[in-house]
Ligand binder design. Structure first.
Ligand SMILES: [Zn+2]
Ligand SMILES: [Zn+2]
Length: 126
């Protein structure tokens, strides 16, 4: 089950709600492949077919292009820290700065006015 996280600027000029974590159908790459580039899809499929351990989840990120918080699909091959593939974010861009799980709570500043943001868990998704 994934979390729905709401980020609110303490000055009130920006807010965003993002879905992070894993959904119920994410055990099968078929259900998330379309969020990755063609090249990454081939690699994900071959990792899955080879029986290697892998994990997949949506992680919080800051988009460098539209300057807002978003969620990006991240595929990691277990045991090989550098082997991870990052897909297209919910805002439709690539090259976003990915936060690791939990990191978002302490570090987020409003992309518009740089004030502290309140981060709260507002629900769950599957
Ligand atoms: Zn974007
Ligand atoms: Zn702000």
């Amino acid at each position: 089950m994934g979390s729905i996280v709401k980020l609110e600027c303490s000055r009130g000029d920006y807010e965003e709600t993002i879905n992070i974590g894993q959904g119920m159908r994410d055990y099968d790459p078929v259900n998330f492949l379309d969020m990755f580039s063609k090249e990454a899809r081939t690699m994900i499929q071959s990792v899955a077919d080879s029986g290697k351990l892998w994990s997949y989840s949506k992680k919080p990120a800051l988009c460098n292009k539209c300057h807002r918080y978003t969620a990006v699909p991240v595929f990691e091959i277990s045991g090989t820290k550098n082997d991870r593939l990052i897909g297209i974010s919910d805002c439709g861009h690539d090259g976003c700065m990915v936060f690791e799980n939990g990191e978002i709570e302490d570090t987020v500043k409003c992309p518009k006015c740089n004030s502290v943001m309140t981060v709260s868990n507002v629900g769950f998704w599957d």
